[in-house]
Design a protein around this ligand. Structure first.
Ligand SMILES: *Cc1c(COP(=O)(O)O)cnc(C)c1O
Length: 335
């Protein structure tokens, strides 16, 4: 937060990784975020229901069918389709409010946003829509295409902002270009001047920078811990017996023969987590795989004995956190 405010960047806290858990949202607000954002209307509604009155931003491009609810729960939304923006405007007028809009620009990641050469024209169109106000422009990187934010792609956004201001004769308040993947630029002092808003989830929730996964200085990386119960411990061969075809998810699994191993089965599975984004906290344990409802862990080299009924703790990455917080089968305990 200090790093952001030093560079005149305001931060909106993104709650989707924690499925908009109200306690997490309150903690973000205590930590100094300017507002809250989530990708889903239902999650923003959950925050409102918890009595939170901070400015709320909808991150996912609104569905045309949900514009009324968007205006009901969100003060501001990210957009890329003029027809949807018109529909938001109509809903806002009916409600007697002005809805704020950020026009998303695709700077190369190939997820949402208008192409750069459409920005000036689209901004001029948005200015004419009753019921909405154009707050600024934004971009999203490092998601679909995995494109890393740089001085070049973010610089392009600042350049577009100037063009829009010249063409429309009005200032744009926000240039929203940062996420947890933009902290390297910020730390290196390479964030283009003019970028003044970040939407940050992962770096707050898990303390990690999203390009390299390294823990940011001063951040806490163990706010979340997943615990699962052991339901079976048996010694079995490491190669399945019989002809191997598709597994439960229609991929053909591969195995390495490591001889006879001691394996624990835990009662959690792909419905609730992503095993690839989990790390056992108990030394000597290794995740072998998971099906929908079972996680299989090799405990042969574990110095402490693992028994049926034991609880095994894990550190979780973004993908596992997102899924565990959304799964209604995973109990959430706030300490
Ligand atoms: C999820 C999301 C963010 C936050 O990303 P983090 O990597 O968690 O910081 C920002 N903007 C948009 C549009 C998003 O969907």
């Amino acid at each position: 937060m200090d790093l952001c405010s030093k560079h005149k960047v305001t931060v909106t806290g993104v709650t989707k990784g924690a499925c908009a858990h109200p306690d997490v949202a309150w903690a973000m607000l205590d930590g100094g975020v300017a507002g809250l954002a989530d990708s889903r209307v239902a999650n923003l509604a959950r925050l409102r229901k918890a009595g939170i009155r901070a400015e709320m931003m909808l991150l996912r491009i609104p569905m045309p069918s949900e514009t009324k609810s968007v205006v009901d729960v969100a003060d501001i939304s990210l957009n890329s389709e003029i027809s949807t923006i018109r529909s938001l405007g109509e809903a806002a007028i009916k409600k007697g409010v002005i809805h704020k809009v950020i026009l998303m620009v695709d700077t190369g990641d190939l997820r949402e946003g208008v192409w750069p050469d459409d920005v000036v024209r689209t901004c001029a169109e948005i200015r004419k829509v009753p019921g909405v106000t154009l707050e600024g422009i934004g971009t999203n990187l490092g998601c679909y295409g995995g494109v890393i934010p740089t001085e070049t792609n973010l610089g392009q956004l600042v350049h577009l902002k100037t063009q829009v201001e010249e063409a429309t004769g009005r200032r744009l308040r926000l240039v929203s270009a940062g996420t947890s993947a933009t902290f390297n630029l910020l730390q290196e002092g390479k964030l283009p001047e003019g970028i003044n808003h970040f939407r940050v989830g992962e770096a707050i929730l898990l303390g990690t920078e999203a390009v390299s996964g390294r823990v940011l200085p001063g951040a806490t990386s163990d706010c979340f811990r997943l615990v699962a119960e052991v339901v079976e411990v048996k010694t079995k061969p490491s190669l399945p017996i019989g002809e191997v075809g598709w597994d439960a998810f229609r991929t053909v699994p591969r195995f390495v023969d490591r001889g006879i191993r001691k394996r624990a089965i835990l009662s959690i599975g792909r419905q609730d987590i992503r095993p690839e984004a989990m790390e056992p906290l108990l030394a000597g344990c290794e995740i072998l795989g998971a099906s929908s409802d079972h996680l299989i862990v090799d405990v042969t080299d574990c110095p402490t004995e693992v028994r049926v009924g034991d609880e095994m703790p894990f550190r979780i990455g973004y993908g596992a956190l997102l899924q565990a917080m959304t799964s209604e089968y995973v109990e959430k305990v706030v300490l």
